[in-house]
Design a protein around this ligand. Structure first.
Ligand code: SF4
Length: 250
């Protein structure tokens, strides 16, 4: 209803301002309904795991609901509808993460973390997708790809790492049967963690930002921000002390 009202308003304004070229044309697919936003929704669930805003965190929770294939009310094994679309977007996001990892390593970055070897193997063998036109048959391929526990790479920018998700070693307690981590609940010390030099640099940049915020924050809040900044720097130090070039790992 609101979208329809918005289109009517925009077209009225375009006519009254003498700007017919700015009018919104009739949609050949009919009225815009919520179901037409499914792929947009799946894109956000797949690519905004932790989120800097509450809505993104909500998307993370939605993945948990949608991804628990057997234990949730949505637990249909058939993976149709929004499940299939979520699988497609997740597979595309994982392919992008693998491509970025390959590029960083090719540029000479080092890699660290307990899952580094597994991530390198995954990045080498990950499917590459050209363009973003998704045929119907791709949903099944995406679902099969995501079901291969231990080889799917999930970018987790809020935790400054790549998650080479393996269900049994995940500390974020994914639901039984889930094929994706609960990235908004990423925990230090997990055996699925992988970091590159870029992650270490971003950790230090974030630590500096937190220190700047701490300088203008009242006592206890400032202390907590400083403690968080130091924790991030320690994580970057561990990366730098343990990181190896790709050739040394494979
Ligand atoms: S806790 Fe482990 S499995 Fe979960 S998101 Fe973090 S790295 Fe991935």
């Amino acid at each position: 209803m609101r979208i329809k009202a918005f289109v009517q308003w925009a077209n009225r304004e375009a006519a009254s301002q003498g700007l017919p070229g700015q009018a919104i044309p009739a949609d050949p697919h009919g009225p815009i309904r919520l179901s037409r936003f499914r792929r947009t929704l799946a894109w956000h669930i797949a690519r905004r795991p932790g989120g800097l805003i509450a809505l993104a965190i909500q998307y993370g929770h939605m993945r948990t609901v949608l991804d628990a294939r057997t234990s949730s009310g949505y637990g249909s094994r058939s993976r149709r509808g929004v499940h299939a679309i979520l699988d497609v977007e997740t597979a595309l996001a994982a392919a992008d993460t693998a491509a970025r990892l390959r590029e960083r390593l090719a540029a000479g970055e080092k890699v660290s973390g307990p899952a580094a070897r597994r991530a390198l193997t995954s990045a080498t063998h990950a499917p590459r997708f050209e363009g973003r036109v998704v045929p119907r048959t791709f949903a099944k391929k995406a679902s099969d790809f995501l079901a291969r526990d231990g080889i799917v790479l999930y970018d987790n920018p809020d935790a400054f790492l790549i998650c080479a998700f393996k269900h049994d070693t995940a500390l974020c307690e994914p639901e039984p049967g889930a094929t994706a981590p609960q990235q908004y609940d990423c925990r230090p010390g997990c055996g699925n963690t992988v970091r590159t030099d870029t992650h270490a640099r971003l950790l230090r940049e974030r630590a500096d930002e937190l220190d700047q915020l701490a300088a203008h924050a009242p006592g206890p809040v400032g202390e907590r921000l400083h403690a968080n900044a130091n924790r991030l720097r320690s994580t970057a130090d561990i990366h730098e002390a343990t990181a190896q070039p790709a050739e040394a790992i494979t």
